[in-house]
Each structure stands twice: as structure tokens, then as C-alpha cells.
Write a new protein. Structure first.
Length: 507
């Protein structure tokens, strides 16, 4: 055999032996390839192949695919950029706070840009957004639609009380959103928020409805109406005025605010219900201003002790604390102490929910109230008045009522009728300046460690009832107080717009 054949045969034998050795080591589990780290594998479950869109099943109701919702809603949400005049401005971008007083001395007045979102509600270019998005813009408003067309927008109307506004672009082929019904929104519903946070256009986030009817005291207007839809879908700066939609792709709210100390998303956002938004928007489009009806009452949400005092089977309704003379409610037969259970058959369980239902109506329309009076349910039906009525106009434009000292009675050195009670508190009898026929009893002193202090009575509480008896004067309170021989006395007070029932040990 020639030498080169012997060499080739030897090499083949050597390679064969090495291969057999490697295979044996692998089979025994003792071989690890060099320069590799041994890892533990986890089985991954893969979804089925995508279904051809031509043969895909049609989904409806809550099972609608999020991608289909996004595809239908995104074209209806626009990007809004406004220019707002500023007194002074630091040379910096929108992400900084302009609080450096050093620069204020040297820099000239300039205009700053603000961003937000809006929702197309008609094919001819009407857009719903927030009042605070366009506030101060003076029609310097630029709108960009999803297809990147740009427009100059004009302001149709704006309403600080609900933080809503309508602007208009000149077009005839816009892609309006489908309008839903916020009365059917429930806690736990899946929702999607669409907007332009931090200039990230057409951003979609998802979550659930965390609560409905929220009053979070973020609108600064004195006649504010807050009954927000709360959601955990991420809402950030720039989302204001954007769309909150349900799983049918229908608009159920206009994104308005976030609950955050930093100004960025921390878990909760709020949206104006679409029923209110559309009513306000339609008023602006049709009349140029909001056609607001007024009930003409001062109200407070019913708490547990009040419900028990009124003989209600469960906590529900809104108690009428006062009625504006010659206002809608007064002319319709509503009385102080009545509990409103429903408005047009829609149950109301908080003061802001009642405000929301009335805000959906226009002056001249008739409202039907379900009222609990003397432990019986009855119906009242009457027309609502608006700002064209002089009584309502004066009441709506007046400053909030402030207690004023009375000029008569058993006066103290300060000129205010007062009386101390053995439970350790002192009441003053005050008159409301705008309603001289109506008095209030205000706690002006609470002895530390006294029975009333331990029970929870605090200075500036307004006393409204003793047990089930309404009281407006010191004589009425004294008579009701002395008439109770039991071990405890329930005193109902108003504290910062909340009605509380405080039980004090009998004297």
C-alpha cells in the first residue's frame, strides 16, 4: 500500500475514533462545549398562526380586539398645538418650569407652546377637547390629523365649569368617532385611552374603569361640575382632550386629568362622561354658549346616619339643605329636608351625580324628581330655569354665602348670639347675608377633652339637626337638646361640604 494511502487511512481512523468518543460523552451527559454556559430551557407556548383577515371571525361586544378598536379610533383623535402669551420666559423647553426669577428681569415677552388632544365628532371638522387645552390661545391653534394634514382651528366655545371646549377646522371629509353612552359605563369595563402624551402622537393605552361619578376637585370654576370616569389606562400630559373608548370603539369620555403629584401617570386618570361632553358641545355649536339649567338648591350627599334618620332602607340620594326662593325647585314644590333619590328615573347617590343629571338638561325642559319626604316616595315634575331668569342669574353670579353676625337676640360682647352646652361646646347663631330669613348654628368653641370633643365635634362645624329635628336657632337647638333623655344624642353637622352624624353622650 502506498504511503499516502496509509496516511489517509490513519487520519480517517483517528477522526472516526474522536467522533465516537464525543458521541459517547454526549450520551452520558458529561460533555459541555467549550466557551458556552449551561442554561436551563423553559418551554414556550406559541400562539396559532394568524388568521387571514379575509376569513377572520367578526368579534362584537367586550371581545372586540384591541387592535381593531385602535384602528378605528386613532383617525378620529387629533393633535392640538396652541400658542399662549407669557409674561416672561426662561430659555428652555416645555419640560421645565419657568420659575427662575433671575431671567424674568431680562427676557422679553414671548409665546409658549402647549400641546393636547382632541376628538373629531363630525365629518365637517368639529372637535371636542378640554377648556384648559385651548385656554388663552386666542385662536392660535394648530391641528394635525392622523393622516398628517394640518389646519388652523378656531374656537367655537369653551366652558370652564366642565373643562370642555369645541374647536373647528375647515374640512368636509374628517373621520368622526362613534359616540357611545356613558350611562352604561360600569366599574370593571375594559377601556382604551387615545391621545398624544409628550408629543407621542396617536398613543394608545388600555385599562379598566376604576370608578364612576368621581368628584376630585380639580376644576377651579365656582360652578364646577365634576362626575368623572376614573380609569387606570395610562394618561399623561398631552392626553388631555383625547378619547376614552369602550370595547365597541365608542367614545365614552374625554380624557381630562391625572391623579399625580409629579404631573405624570401614577395609576389613575379621569375623563368627562361623553353624555355631558356631547350636550355641552352641541350647545356650543348650536348657540355659541352652554345652555345651562339650574335646579336652585343647596345639597349634600346622604350618609349612613342621615339615611337612617330619614327612614331609608339603604344609603342613597341627596339631601336638600336649602332652596333658592322663586327658583326652579322652589316653584316646583321641593322643600328643605327632602331627599332626591332619582332624576328622570336615573338614581343619584351623591351630590355631584345630581349636578351631572341636571347639567344634561336645558332651560325650559321639564325634570322629574323622585323625592323621599316624610318617609314616603313621591314624584315632582317641573320646568327648569336658566340664566335668562333674573332670580337664577343673581343666585348663580353671587359670591358663595358667608355667615354674618345677627343684630338681635342674646348677644355676647362680640354681638353674636352664643350659648355653651354642658357637653363642652359653644354654638353661635349666624345669618346668611344673601338669605336673611335663614340662620345657621356654627360651633365656635370646643373644650379640649370634653364629651363633644371626644365624640368628634369640631370648631366651624355647622349644626343642621338634632336627631331628626332640623335646627336653625339657639332656641330650637336648646329645646331639641333638652328633650332627649337617652344615653346618646345624634347631632348632624356640615363640614367642608360633607354631612356627618356625630353621637354625643347625653348631658
Amino acid at each position: 500500500m502506498p504511503f499516502h494511502q496509509k496516511l489517509l487511512t490513519g487520519v480517517l481512523i483517528l477522526l472516526t475514533g474522536m467522533l465516537l468518543g464525543v458521541l459517547m460523552m454526549i450520551m452520558r451527559g458529561n460533555w459541555i462545549p467549550p466557551e458556552r454556559v449551561q442554561v436551563r430551557y423553559t418551554e414556550v407556548l406559541r400562539s396559532a398562526p394568524p388568521v387571514d383577515s379575509l376569513t377572520a371571525p367578526v368579534f362584537s361586544g367586550p371581545t372586540t380586539l384591541f387592535r381593531d378598536i385602535a384602528e378605528s379610533v386613532i383617525p378620529a383623535v387629533v393633535y392640538i398645538e396652541t400658542e399662549i402669551a407669557m409674561q416672561q420666559a426662561v430659555p428652555d423647553d416645555e419640560h421645565h418650569n419657568f420659575e427662575n426669577q433671575f431671567w424674568d428681569r431680562f427676557l422679553p415677552r414671548r409665546r409658549a407652546q402647549s400641546i393636547g388632544s382632541g376628538v373629531l365628532v363630525s365629518s365637517d371638522g368639529y372637535i371636542l377637547t378640554n377648556h384648559h387645552v385651548i385656554q388663552g390661545a386666542d385662536n392660535r391653534i394648530r391641528v394635525m390629523t392622523h393622516d398628517r394634514r394640518q389646519y388652523q382651528a378656531t374656537i367655537v366655545g369653551s366652558d370652564p365649569s366642565t373643562d370642555l371646549a369645541v374647536i373647528k377646522i375647515e374640512t368636509s371629509d374628517a373621520s368622526p368617532i362613534i359616540i357611545g353612552n356613558s350611562d352604561y359605563v360600569n366599574i370593571g369595563d375594559w377601556v382604551m385611552a387615545v391621545g398624544n402624551p409628550f408629543r407621542l402622537r396617536s398613543t394608545v393605552t388600555a385599562g379598566i374603569v376604576s370608578a364612576v361619578g368621581r368628584d376630585v376637585d380639580i376644576i377651579s370654576d365656582r360652578m364646577r361640575i365634576e362626575s368623572f370616569i376614573q380609569t387606570d389606562a395610562a394618561i399623561n400630559r398631552g392626553n388631555s382632550g383625547g378619547a376614552l373608548v369602550n370595547t365597541m370603539g365608542e367614545l365614552i369620555g374625554i380624557n381630562t386629568a391625572i391623579a399625580s403629584e409629579s404631573g405624570t401617570y401614577q395609576g389613575y386618570g379621569f375623563a368627562v362622561p361623553v353624555n355631558m361632553a356631547m350636550k355641552i358641545g352641541q350647545d356650543m355649536i348650536e348657540f355659541g354658549s352652554v345652555q345651562r339649567a339650574f335646579l336652585g338648591v343647596e345639597i349634600a350627599s346622604v350618609e349612613y346616619e342621615q339615611a337612617r334618620r330619614h327612614g331609608l332602607s339603604h344609603v342613597s340620594g341627596v339631601e336638600v339643605r336649602s332652596v333658592v326662593p322663586r327658583g326652579s325647585a322652589d316653584l316646583g314644590g321641593l322643600k328643605r329636608g327632602d331627599v332626591i333619590l332619582a332624576v328622570n328615573d336615573f338614581p343619584v347617590d351623591a351630590a355631584n351625580r345630581l349636578q351631572e343629571r341636571i347639567a344634561l338638561m336645558r332651560p325650559g325642559e321639564e325634570v322629574t324628581l323622585s323625592v323621599w319626604r316624610n318617609k314616603k316616595d313621591q314624584q315632582l315634575r317641573f320646568p327648569l330655569l336658566g340664566l335668562e331668569d333674573e332670580t337664577i342669574r343673581e343666585w348663580a353670579s353671587a359670591a358663595p354665602p358667608q355667615p354674618q353676625p345677627m343684630d338681635f337676640g342674646n348677644e355676647t360682647e362680640s354681638g353674636v348670639p352664643q350659648k355653651s352646652f354642658d357637653a363642652g361646646f359653644t354654638l353661635a347663631e349666624l345669618a346668611i347675608l344673601e338669605e336673611m330669613s335663614r340662620n345657621e348654628l356654627v360651633v365656635v368653641r370646643v373644650e379640649p377633652g370634653s364629651a363633644s370633643h371626644e365624640a368628634g365635634i369640631r370648631e366651624e362645624d355647622v349644626v343642621t339637626h338634632v336627631e331628626e329635628t332640623p335646627v336653625e336657632s339657639l332656641d330650637q337647638f336648646t329645646a331639641a337638646w333638652q328633650n332627649k333623655d337617652g344615653q346618646e344624642i345624634a347631632v348632624h353637622v356640615l363640614r367642608e361640604s360633607r354631612t356627618l352624624t356625630i353621637t354625643i353622650p347625653a348631658h
